[in-house]
Write a protein that binds this ligand. Structure first.
Ligand SMILES: Cc1cc2nc3c(=O)[nH]c(=O)nc-3n(C[C@H](O)[C@H](O)[C@H](O)COP(=O)(O)OP(=O)(O)OC[C@H]3O[C@@H](n4cnc5c(N)ncnc54)[C@H](O)[C@@H]3O)c2cc1C
Length: 394
């Protein structure tokens, strides 16, 4: 039987993997299943579908958000958290923690991404005490699962407590479409996002590292500041194996190199409709990599955030955290973050990479793709230097 009235009509490139469709289905006929690339997609039991259309009406790939509450264009700020410890343990300037602390101090609840090392995955989690916030800090470079979280957010909103939901712009868009109605107590932060890698690739890579090390992984830090915060091509990966720590220059780790070279991203990321200054969150958080050249007064090598205030709520949130931050409005954003202008371009080897490697085990062919990734990173670095030389920004 053919059912055109459900989420099965969505092409792969249109699916952000948020899982809202699973949650709105009244007959529970949608499940989430990983494809051979390791990304989860909805699978519809067509015999159980009643053609209610709810999955289609609430899909961020098929609907646009009502942006009535948003400012015409965002206002840019830059700065950092004055708490040195928290800033050190954040990816850029530590603004996520400032916003989260503010919500928790008012008796609220915060949602964000954290590792689950038992299943070697990243998933969204709920936190309602400042002492439990640390696992939500830092960028995890893999798609976080939100499929289970939207009903929990709704429950918290209905109690009247303030709620902060953080994530990629597509996850924030998914939440709004799930909720349908506006909630005065909901605050959202999206991140500037250049794309999310495959969860199965993440699991197989880090499980293989743990096996090779002979100890379980207890933490992964894609954004360690052990060598400072200098630029997008000077990133280090710190992995904790139950007390032992390894520090690796990012391009020398195969998984990180594939991410930086954009070879391992979800198909929708290459056509992402949220890669623009028309944001989904009240606040947008990102790295301000050009701060040293253009706002040296805000640079000390420890991390500076770029912030976009997108709505009146975003403005209120920023005002409330300002006493704990060094933050100011800026007019020059150079280099302009590419993903505020367009989606990440798809490299020509991307599809070949996924068809030729075996995600279930560490395959020697990955070394070849690791080398390709390093070549792409080196090429980008070369053009970055040329651009800086001519001072053109992006
Ligand atoms: C996959 C990914 C790609 C990114 N790409 C860019 C980029 O191209 N340019 C740029 O300027 N910034 C990018 N960022 C954002 C940047 O790395 C920082 O997350 C952001 O600056 C916030 O840092 P912070 O210091 O305020 O706080 P942190 O404590 O570092 O903030 C962590 C926040 O990020 C959220 N988060 C972490 N991992 C994930 C995940 N996998 N999925 C959803 N949410 C997550 C947490 O819930 C929390 O809200 C990216 C982040 C991720 C996760």
């Amino acid at each position: 039987m053919n059912h055109p009235q459900n989420i099965a009509i969505l092409p792969k490139e249109g699916c952000y993997g948020c899982g809202v469709c699973v949650n709105v289905c009244p007959t529970s006929c949608i499940t989430f299943t990983s494809d051979p690339e390791g990304f989860a997609y909805p699978l519809v039991d067509q015999a159980a579908c009643i053609d209610c259309d709810k999955c289609i009406q609430s899909c961020p790939g098929l609907n646009d958000r009502d942006r009535a509450q948003f400012l015409g264009s965002p206002v840019f700020y830059a700065g950092f958290n004055l708490d040195e410890h928290i800033r050190h343990n954040s990816s850029s300037g530590g603004f996520f923690s400032l916003a989260a602390d503010q919500i928790l101090a008012k008796g609220g609840v915060v949602y964000g991404a954290r590792y689950n090392f038992d299943s070697m995955t990243v998933e969204h989690a709920r936190v309602d005490a400042a002492a439990d916030l640390a696992p939500l800090r830092k960028s995890k470079y893999v798609q976080s699962s939100t499929v289970h979280i939207f009903p929990e957010v709704n429950k918290d909103l209905l109690t009247g407590r303030p709620v902060l939901f953080t994530g990629t712009p597509c996850q924030v868009a998914g939440l709004h479409l799930f909720l349908q109605e506006k909630h005065a107590n909901l605050f959202t932060c999206d991140i500037i996002c250049h794309g999310v890698p495959s969860p199965d690739l993440f699991a197989s890579h880090f499980s293989a590292l743990a096996q090779a090390h002979g100890k379980p992984i207890t933490n992964i830090d894609f954004r360690t500041k052990a060598k400072g915060w200098k630029g997008p091509l000077e990133l280090y990966l710190a992995v904790d194996f139950d007390g032992d720590r390894t520090l690796t220059y990012a391009p020398l780790d195969a998984y990180y190199a594939l991410f930086l070279a954009n070879l391992s991203l979800r198909p929708c990321c290459y056509v992402c409709k949220y890669a623009s200054t028309q944001r989904q969150g009240d606040l947008t958080l990102g790295d301000f990599w050009g701060v040293k050249q253009h706002h040296p007064e805000l640079f000390d090598g420890q991390g500076t955030s770029l912030l976009l205030v997108n709505s009146e709520k975003g403005h209120q949130l920023l005002q409330s955290v300002s006493p704990a931050a060094n933050v100011r409005p800026i007019t020059t954003v150079r280099p302009f973050p590419p993903n505020l202008a367009r989606p990440t371009p798809k490299p020509k080897y991307r599809d070949r990479f996924f068809t030729r490697i075996d995600l279930a085990r560490w395959h020697p062919r990955r070394r070849w793709y690791h080398l390709r990734a390093v070549a792409i990173i080196a090429r980008d670095k070369f053009w970055g230097v040329v651009r800086r030389f001519f001072n053109r920004g992006l």
